[in-house]
Design a protein around this ligand. Sequence first.
Ligand SMILES: *[C@@H]1O[C@H](CO)[C@@H](O)[C@H](O)[C@H]1NC(C)=O
Ligand SMILES: *[C@@H]1O[C@H](CO)[C@@H](O)[C@H](O)[C@H]1NC(C)=O
Ligand SMILES: *[C@@H]1O[C@H](CO)[C@@H](O)[C@H](O)[C@H]1NC(C)=O
Ligand SMILES: *[C@@H]1O[C@H](CO)[C@@H](O)[C@H](O)[C@H]1NC(C)=O
Ligand SMILES: *[C@@H]1O[C@H](CO)[C@@H](O)[C@H](O)[C@H]1NC(C)=O
Ligand SMILES: [Zn+2]
Length: 501
Amino acid sequence: MFVCLFVCLFATNQPINQPTNKNRAKNVIMFLGDGMGLPTVAATRVYRQQGINPAEKKNYLFWESFPNLGLARTYNVDHSTPDSAGTATAYLSGIKANLGTIGVTEYVQFKKCSNMTGNRVESIVHKSIKEGKSTGIVTTTRITHASPAGCYASTPCRDWEDRVPDDATDCTDIAQQLILDDRNKDIKVILGGGLKYFLPDSYSNSTPPKVNGTRKDGKNLIQSWESYQTNQSRSYKLVFNKQALATVDAKNTDYLLGLFNADHMSFDADRSTTDEPSLADMTSKAIEILKKNDKGYFLFVEGCGKIDHAHHNTNAYRALIDTLAFEKAIESAYNNTSPDDTLILVTADHSHVFSFGGYGLFEESVLGYASSVEPSLDGMPYLQMAYSNGPGYKVRRNLTGNNKDAMDKDFVQETAVWLAYETHGGEDVPVYASGPWSHLFRSTEEQNYVAHVMMYASCVGDYTTKEHCVATANNGAGQTHSFWAVSVIILSNFFYFLEKF
Ligand SMILES: *[C@@H]1O[C@H](CO)[C@@H](O)[C@H](O)[C@H]1NC(C)=O
Ligand SMILES: *[C@@H]1O[C@H](CO)[C@@H](O)[C@H](O)[C@H]1NC(C)=O
Ligand SMILES: *[C@@H]1O[C@H](CO)[C@@H](O)[C@H](O)[C@H]1NC(C)=O
Ligand SMILES: *[C@@H]1O[C@H](CO)[C@@H](O)[C@H](O)[C@H]1NC(C)=O
Ligand SMILES: *[C@@H]1O[C@H](CO)[C@@H](O)[C@H](O)[C@H]1NC(C)=O
Ligand SMILES: [Zn+2]
């Protein structure tokens, strides 16, 4: 049997000898870089390679060494450029949906609660729970934001995070669904921001975690979560800052709820002044807790919902820094799992109208000017990074002399069209894959294919009886696997034989 250690990733990355791994994926970890299209990946890689810290000067991002790669077409049913809600439904529940809707079929229109009956769908989180697996959700956005909500909610409107309109009688808000819906009560790890949506508007706390509740229905969902855990005699922890998260003893904690900001968590570039954990801190704690289950787990990590927010502000610097924080989380997850039994995907929900080009000199920062290879016709210097729309519109600024401004972390890149908020891009996004069945990513597929591969590999949902799912206790070894499969067949024939006589 071939034991795959850390170096094996790089060995198997050589296509000539690359074996296919058809084990059951005991664990699946999906890393979702919100808005992380290929220009973001390439610009971050170059930025890192030019890095201030020489130790960081690798010419690849960690996940770029994964052995398999495909492309996902991201459009929603009703829009050719998608949003994070419709795409979350695709890659988590396996069906394409309308823009702005979460966990519902295309028969539910945005903001219309009239056709919910029969049109709610289950995500891979729900399907994994049904197979006895542990599940976890980690993000740096509000935990009720579109991408993480795709794991557990069904709603015609992504904005109904803490309330629904009066006439939406068949709908409940996203925060309430997370805490009170039966299908979500066994989610073991919930880490992110968005505390205010779980507390009544009468609630105010001026000491950390500083928060004013926003709920108009008077519900305190944090209390509800806690009393449920107590009632079920579960070992649980409720945490609100980095220190408390660090001291959670994973061995003695089965359920963990951590909300580290009233709203979205900070950009990684600004995190040092807060007491928020990093994405890597949250991811490793989640894995420690989830891996205690012999049946395995599904973990969703939205790295950098904040990549998306920085791009919407056409602030490339923060998008790149958040992408690097995303990379750390992925590396630590890879280090703490085995590609024998853990499928890891790194992908994006959609891209942005972000571009990176202009023949910059390699020794000059990617944040700076394009080179003189192609001089501008108006005689003014221009930058390597720009957006086709967004708030950075100023009729061509004359960025003079040094590129000091462009190096500032608050610098807003130039855009061709003036919008308050830059838009997503419509092109396909990459799906980087490592572990069991990762070779199923090899071409251009619809984005909902991603959910089906994860379910197929981990034997949940419609795929529980596939051949690789027969053995129950997968120890990650293909041969052991077939040994058990053969034993099961022999034994069942034997009992059949006995019964006959
Ligand atoms: C409501 O959903 C059903 C499927 O459950 C579909 O057949 C029907 O066309 C939908 N109605 C509307 C008005 O979209
Ligand atoms: C909560 O509301 C009070 C009163 O409006 C305000 O002074 C305080 O800054 C708010 N706190 C937070 C964390 O938003
Ligand atoms: C505790 O759980 C039991 C069932 O497990 C339920 O009947 C009871 O209402 C619960 N109590 C509270 C306070 O939630
Ligand atoms: C992952 O493991 C490698 C090799 O042991 C180590 O160099 C690296 O620092 C680890 N990375 C993380 C993020 O834990
Ligand atoms: C841009 O600024 C430089 C330096 O101040 C100046 O020489 C040049 O004429 C300016 N160009 C335009 C088009 O304003
Ligand atoms: Zn966005």
